[in-house]
Design a protein around this ligand. Structure first.
Ligand code: ZN
Length: 389
């Protein structure tokens, strides 16, 4: 009933890649690498070989892997097996990586990528990625790699904070569309409100502790720097992306619930903050906060595409609880660029199903539902980040 087949897509959250690394990765591991489990083993520094039995068994029945192989096999004109798809895509990447990817972007109507440059490291310059991907790339600057680089040289907390402010101001002036924090991977998302004196004392102790990532010494420093990031973003006119919810095994899952951000968000009611991953798997919590705080937004990545059979539920929750004008599509592709293509397709189809149900149940007219679908796939992201159509 609701047809979004022509709706353009901007991917609000994903990560860059190097074509040379795509070519070097073993073809046999392709299907494992696109599953949540396989990808998380890699991104948290594990060795897939150590878990080969369990990965093989899991991948063989994981809907995401099966659907991706089926769809990519169809796109490439080969059998939907790991071997055939792994070989066919490698052949295309070797022959003309940019041309291959541009075919995928056109097929899924993807018009732009909002790329978190904090993973992988070292940073892939956005101009390089844009050239390799053959599509506009919009840069998101992550604060944690910068803090790790600069903390040794800083005299004390104040110098670190001033330098971070200058770094972020310069990045915004150079065209970065957002700042990003993954504090849930460092000291937790339950953000406190330390005074400048607390932060100064904690920085001294943190340094004496060789910058170990403890909640005692590191946390007051990181919490205060995140607060400062929101202030600089406000002055620079850019949104802040904050990882919310669980991530790979390096995230502090016991301290990753989105409600931990509530006080911080309440202190900055006019600063747009995009909750990356919509607090997945605690989406209800994040969607509820977006329903009561004017400038809190939701990014649907991780749940899309890895939630597979649960994607419709995710979209129902986000669009039902939060204003649809604050819900943004993202893929969180972080291993193979085909995931961004696949995610755009499954998001479009899930949005069509959920919005069609909304029409059937007389919440929306078909025209209203179509506007919402287009906004979630691209319009809301363009508006929030100032990305022209
Ligand atoms: Zn990500």
């Amino acid at each position: 009933m609701v047809d979004l087949s022509d709706a353009p897509v901007i991917d609000t959250h994903l990560h860059g890649w190097r074509t040379s690394e795509l070519l070097d990765a073993p073809a046999a591991g392709f299907a494992d690498r696109v599953t949540m489990l396989g990808m998380c083993v890699l991104t948290s520094g594990g060795d897939p070989a150590e878990f080969s039995d369990v990965l093989a068994r899991a991948t063989a029945t994981t809907p995401l892997a099966l659907a991706l192989l089926a769809r990519l096999g169809e796109q490439l004109g080969c059998e939907p097996t790991n071997e055939a798809v792994g070989a066919a895509r490698l052949e295309r990447l070797r022959a003309d990586a940019t041309g291959y990817l541009q075919e995928l972007w056109r097929d899924a109507r993807i018009e732009g990528l909002v790329v978190d440059e904090g993973f992988p490291l070292p940073i892939i310059p956005s101009a390089d990625l844009e050239r390799e991907a053959g599509i506009p790339v919009h840069r998101v600057v992550r604060i944690e790699p910068w803090i790790a680089e600069q903390r040794d040289a800083a005299e004390g907390y104040d110098e670190l904070e001033d330098a971070l402010s200058a770094h972020l101001e310069a990045a915004a002036a150079e065209g970065a569309v957002a700042f990003k924090s993954v504090i849930a991977y460092r000291t937790g998302l339950d953000i406190t409100h330390p005074s400048p004196a607390d932060a100064r004392g904690a920085f001294t102790r943190w340094r004496q502790d060789s910058f170990r990532e403890t909640r005692g010494h590191a946390k007051p420093v990181r919490d205060r720097l995140l607060e400062r990031t929101l202030e600089v973003a406000s002055a620079s006119g850019v949104p802040v992306h904050i990882h919310s919810g669980g991530g790979d095994p390096d995230s502090l899952v016991p301290h990753a619930r989105p409600a931990g951000l509530f006080d911080l968000l309440k202190r900055h009611p006019h600063q747009p903050v995009l909750l990356i991953h919509a607090g997945w798997p605690w989406t209800d919590e994040a969607a509820f906060m977006a329903s009561i705080l004017p400038h809190v937004y939701l990014d649907l990545s991780i749940g899309i595409p890895w939630g597979s059979l649960a994607i419709d539920r995710l979209i129902e929750t986000a669009l039902g609880l939060a204003p649809p004008s604050k819900v943004l599509y993202g893929s969180d592709e972080a291993s193979e660029p085909e995931v961004a293509w696949f995610a755009a397709h499954v998001a479009r189809e899930a949005l069509e199903r959920v919005l069609s149900t909304g029409v059937e149940r007389r919440w929306l007219t078909p025209a209203q539902a179509t506007v919402i679908g287009n906004d979630v796939l691209a319009g809301n992201c363009r508006r929030l980040h100032g990305i022209a159509a």
